[in-house]
Write a protein that binds this ligand. Sequence first.
Ligand SMILES: Cc1ncc(C[n+]2csc(CCOP(=O)(O)OP(=O)(O)O)c2C)c(N)n1
Ligand SMILES: [Mg+2]
Length: 348
Amino acid sequence: MAPKQSASAPVRKAAAKPAKKDFNGGTIAEFNKNDELSAYREMLLIRRFEEKAGQLYGMGFIGGFCHLYIGQEAVVIGMQMAMKEGDQVITGYRDHGHMLATGMTARGVMAELTGRRGGYSKGKGGSMHMFSKEKHFYGGHGIVGAQVSLGTGLGFANKYRGNDNVSIAYFGDGAANQGQVYESFNMANLWKLPVIYVIENNRYAMGTSVARASAQTDFSQRGASFGIPGYQVDGMDVRAVKAAADEAMEHCRSGKGPIILEMLTYRYRGHSMSDPAKYRSKDEVQKMRSEHDPIEQVRARLLEKGWATEDELKAIDKDVRDIVADSADFAQSDPEPDVSELYTDILL
Ligand SMILES: Cc1ncc(C[n+]2csc(CCOP(=O)(O)OP(=O)(O)O)c2C)c(N)n1
Ligand SMILES: [Mg+2]
């Protein structure tokens, strides 16, 4: 039986689970200098973007719901590094990182957060509702679990059309208890659909810990009764995510059907901007930040291997900050949509 995940336990490495060794050998992907530098830059972009979004929210430029992805960056970047053009991404409301990972612009995402014309949904969708057909990003969904059925539909479309695209459906530990998830699992394996279900287990659904809400806390096993293989991955180590993603892509593209990757990860900020976070201790958050931070891990390796100097890393940070600052300026100066936009893009 899989050990239970306690709130204070460090994130487990895939290697710590011998039964799962045959999946990726419990290994981490070999990263060369370019891989490390690019993972560092892409994760940093998400982190700085989210910090800025938090600031703009505090200043009143962003209204409504806003869920930050800080702490979970390695998940989307590791997955993205294994994807090819045409693969689709769909997720819930904690979606800014997923969009930036697909290459959607910081300007377009930030302007959507502030409800401006230049936003991906013309300022009418906000944080939880953005899409980009060009980047194969299918949202951005506020209904917990909805993206799992829709992502399964994307997999069905791929199979029906006979292409070799894979759909990646991200959802949380809380969403994993939704009924439609299991209807989707059943169809997905019955029809051998190319879908990777990425369960981002950040240990909490709003304020409810996994242990309080889930009878089976090993989410990698949630597809067992449908015959869907699943594996736990250290979601704080971008190399472990990339290794698991490579294997999962191969599984899907070779026609074996869906697969589940449970990413053991952690969010540093509250569930949304109005979360007092009384359900966990500051020590717990601090421990994750200091011992498992996904960006710090890459930074330490780059310095240790002599692949980058402090100055070079500072230059990357400055570059990233410039992109984010530009997006924030744009998001504040771009006009709001015209009132006539209330009558467009709607189903009558
Ligand atoms: C169908 C539905 N039920 C409830 C909610 C309210 N709600 C929003 S987020 C959330 C928790 C989801 O947690 P999890 O899936 O772990 O994702 P995380 O926020 O941790 O990324 C809930 C219950 C909702 N948006 N939709
Ligand atoms: Mg969660």
